[in-house]
Design a protein around this ligand. Structure first.
Ligand code: ZN
Length: 104
């Protein structure tokens, strides 16, 4: 697990996306630079109770996270968190994970 989530940032309008896109939905540009996002705020969280074709599935908490620059990403939670919780973002084997920010 490493801190930060890789983000593709549009070189024209500066919008960041995760997962990355081929064409920027905001401005139609197709050139990107790599960036990272490290924190956000829980917008809405939910529990995924079932997944098609998966055995031994345990209910999983996921959340829509609004990042510091206003992009929405979906990340897994290690524990249920109320809306508006500030979270730190991590990359766990290519999956975004949000963890409650401690201190600060
Ligand atoms: Zn753009």
């Amino acid at each position: 697990m490493k801190p930060g989530i890789p983000l593709s940032r549009c070189t024209a309008c500066n919008a960041g996306f995760y997962p990355s896109r081929l064409i920027c939905p905001r401005c139609g540009n197709a050139t990107w630079r790599d960036d990272e996002v490290h924190e956000g705020v829980v917008e809405q969280s939910t529990i995924v109770h079932h997944a098609a074709g998966q055995k031994d599935w345990k209910p999983r908490h996921i959340a829509s996270i609004r990042t510091a620059d206003g992009q929405m990403i979906v990340a897994g939670l290690e524990e249920p968190l109320p809306d508006s919780t500030r979270v730190a973002l991590f990359d766990r084997d290519g999956s975004p994970i949000a963890r409650k920010m401690t201190g600060g």
